[in-house]
Design a binder for this molecule. Sequence first.
Ligand code: GLA
Length: 506
Amino acid sequence: MAGLRAFCLLLGLSFIGSAYGQGIAGRWATYGKEMWNGHREKAVIVLKQSGDSVTGIFESLTGKTAVHGTIAGNHFEIFAWDPRTPALTGDLVNRELRGTMFGKPFLAKPASPQDEIPKVEYVAPPPLHKVPYNGLAATPPMGWNSWNYFGEDVNEADIRAAADALVSSGMRDAGYIYVNIDGTWEGSRDSEGHLLPNRKFTDLKALADYVHSKGLKVGIYSSPGPYDCAGYPTSYGYEQQDADDFAKLGIDYLKYDWCSAEKIYRDDQIRAVYQKMGDALQATGRPIVYSLCEYGRENVEKWGADAGGNLWRTTDDIRDSWSSMIANVEKQASFAPFAGPGHWNDPDMLEIGNGGMTGDEYRTQMSLWALVAAPLLAGNDLQEMTAEAKSILLNKEVIAVDQDPLGKQATPDRKGDLETWIKPLADGGATVGVVNLGSSAATATIGASDLPIAGPVRNARNLWTHEDVKFSGGAYSAAVPPHATLLLRVFVTPNPPTQSRVSPVY
Ligand code: GLA
């Protein structure tokens, strides 16, 4: 995925440089847009030609991948990940590559030594051991993250405004306490190796103090590789120094994103690499929530907690669409046994309020994230929230399901278009969500005897209409519109302590 991002960096870029020799063989260089730290995006494509076959390597600051293709006359077609659609297609004209990359124009010229991607010295990750639990994230972390709405353009004023809005909207008091700065805050390192912010952030300490003054906590972002997914410098070779600097700034949460680390380490080294930062954070003595972001590689759910992680991404990046959201949450099913207080599966951030889904679809995201005990990190523009987005994010009954201290993750059971997720709760009751994955309304029936509850049903509540509903003959039925979720919380009258958890009798 980081590799795909590397290629995407080239979209809309103009290429410069010059290749050598005849044909397409040679080193081709590209420079893209100027970044916020004054550097330019760049990539080098090294190609070999044999007859009309072309093979090679594409390398940017953030990733590296093998490519292959053909050249017929002057026309080339070069493939990377997608075997059906060429990543690069165009013509070799006057010793320049001109054409399209993912449908957008590009131009490449031969590379000079200055164009090379900087090499870094390999530092082996440490031997494996278990990082002790830091005592944080007893329930899934809640807050806001800059990436889904602001992307690479986020600046200091946006972070302050988000902190203000968390307070004024009531979100802070509902539990959303982390204000997380995602990638592209980074500038470059000073002569002593300290990572300074780029020109969008003038004073990180003052910013962290401001966020703290609002009764909130502040998060930051880095990578175990030399660059983040957008090409900004990150923690490779500076792990302890960065952790110490984050602690001095007053950072409370670190998202650590694999990105260019794939150019340095093998996948089977991921645990050791994440453990290195887990140790570094603990050595600072400051409590810092540690969020692993490596898209679920190498069964992170099995070792994320041992690397010191409080949560770990299990999926590729979410997009603001129904299919992406559902795919991310459905991928959680087999990871349920690994979630619990202090260590959570992370199907990525909320898209609620970003405009790509309907109200029912966003209510479904909130319902499902609560059922799977996912971190609730809003990703919208908090200053311009619609009343509907606000009502979804601020549904305290749904938040309570997510934050239930038992920390159990629901798993799905699909029948036709209806998918049922059931989460046992600390009070002996349960929350059940029935999602309509189809395109027409369907009737959901919830049977009390199917619920993992510790006594007879006392009452049941629809968490979106905020009304009590009645089970009749041991069941409750209701119509569920397409892409909506029926979300019921069932409260029980606990059985006497000598009895074990049983299904209710009607
Ligand atoms: C990766 C992560 C995203 C975001 C971006 C920032 O794609 O998965 O959540 O942090 O990097 O570049």
